[in-house]
Design a protein around this ligand. Structure first.
Ligand SMILES: [Zn+2]
Length: 410
């Protein structure tokens, strides 16, 4: 089975807008209520509430005087909210995401229908009291409709994301290399396939464009407000800005294409750029260099061919861990590009060493979730950044197994 998502614009009537607002409101209220209950439960018992336990709260709430309006909400929408919340919790505990947030009525609003949405005469028919909503569907929707997410953007656009299931096979798991990537400021990306390390810098013309942009922006700032030349300059700056952003995208597309084309998996560090942006010197460089966009490009290109993007924990000490003996040094300031391991004496290039560690850590994950684990024999647990785990694991052997090369020791 293949899954596809099609996004279409919706044009609800005034009446439907009111009904949608009520449904958004109920789902949002339930999310916040359930999240709060989970947090309370966690404080009291050390455990959050599961999906069944949360759904079991709904019947009483629908009868209670203060919350009886919940009964008017299509019940599958509330249950989908519960599922999304418990998934968000799981992602948090598996370190894939931050802690679930309370939802505000000022943000993007969304609800999910897990089933029963139909396409009727080119429009979208929602179950419950809302009925047929006028839609602009550009291409025919293929396959069986599964989950449909209805959202309202802050600019008041209504959208439906329609997930469908189409007959056919999932792309078979891709074959090829496993790349570990260290994203950095000195080099945009340092990549290793387990054998050699390659460094990729931002292209020179991009730096030239950027310099040009900076100069023009400074000139613009000096122009008198409201003047004609300021207006002209602003348009000029916008054009240069576009050019810079286009060539950056172009670079990111080419590099991600290259890395995806001969690999089955790519491993990167989960950057949580916001956390790093606290360091002010780094802030500008990070927001300019497009790591997030790059990771997104890798993710969708890999998904298309059945490959995998693995993001590993940001607290994993990739730079400070000796990739040879797993000794962890306590300090490594940003300007130190090379170091020698005090334990085994191996000489490390900072970024190359980090890329090797990132790759090894990602391979642990791949093995932990796949059948290759049994081939390794040893205990492989998906725990990250734990020194003791890393020290005692035969990482290199595991890497060979994942790549299909016979392992030399077991
Ligand atoms: Zn060492």
């Amino acid at each position: 089975m293949l899954h596809k998502v099609v996004q279409v614009r919706l044009y609800p009537t005034k009446e439907q807008q009111v009904l949608l607002a009520q449904t958004f409101g109920s789902a949002r209220w339930w999310w916040n209520y359930a999240l709060n209950k989970s947090i309370e439960s966690y404080k009291e018992t050390g455990k959050g509430l599961g999906r069944t336990a949360l759904n079991a709260l709904l019947p009483d709430l629908k009868k209670a005087e203060n919350t009886c309006w919940l009964a008017e909400c299509y019940s599958q929408v509330l249950q989908a909210t519960t599922l999304n919340l418990t998934t968000a919790y799981k992602n948090f505990f598996d370190k894939r995401a931050g802690f679930p947030k309370f939802k505000s009525k000022h943000g993007k609003q969304s609800i999910q229908y897990p089933q029963n949405v139909k396409i009727v005469g080119g429009n979208v028919k929602l179950p419950g009291n809302i009925g047929i909503v006028k839609a602009k569907i550009h291409r025919p929707i293929e396959g069986k409709i599964k989950t449909v997410t209805i959202s309202k953007t802050p600019s008041e656009k209504y959208l439906a994301s329609i997930l469908t299931e189409v007959e056919g096979d999932n792309p078979t798991t891709a074959e090829g290399k496993i790349y570990g990537i260290d994203l950095g400021l000195k080099h945009f990306a340092v990549v290793t396939d387990g054998e050699k390390v390659s460094k990729y810098d931002n292209p020179k013309h991009l730096a030239k464009h950027e310099k040009n942009l900076k100069r023009k922006q400074q000139k613009l700032a000096r122009k008198q407000k409201g003047s004609n030349s300021r207006y002209k300059y602003r348009k000029l700056v916008a054009k240069v800005y576009e050019r810079v952003s286009n060539s950056r995208q172009d670079f990111l597309h080419k590099l991600s294409y290259k890395l995806v084309s001969d690999s089955q998996a790519v491993i990167v560090e989960n950057l949580h750029v916001k956390g790093m942006v606290r360091n002010h010197n780094l802030a500008k460089a990070i927001s300019d260099c497009g790591w997030g966009t790059f990771t997104n490009f890798l993710a969708y290109k890999l998904e298309r061919k059945g490959g995998k993007l693995i993001e590993i924990d940001r607290w994993f000490p990739s730079s400070k861990l000796c990739s040879n003996c797993f000794y962890q040094i306590s300090e490594l300031s940003l300007d130190v590009r090379e170091w020698a391991c005090p334990s085994c004496g191996t000489h490390h290039d900072r970024d190359g060493n980090a890329a090797i560690n990132i790759r090894a850590e990602g391979i642990r994950w791949l093995l932990a979730e796949g059948s290759a684990v049994s081939a390794v024999g040893g205990e492989v647990r998906p725990k990250m950044g734990r020194k003791s785990n890393l020290r005692h694991s035969p990482l290199i052997t595991e890497a060979n197994t994942a790549l299909g090369t016979p392992s030399q020791c077991g």
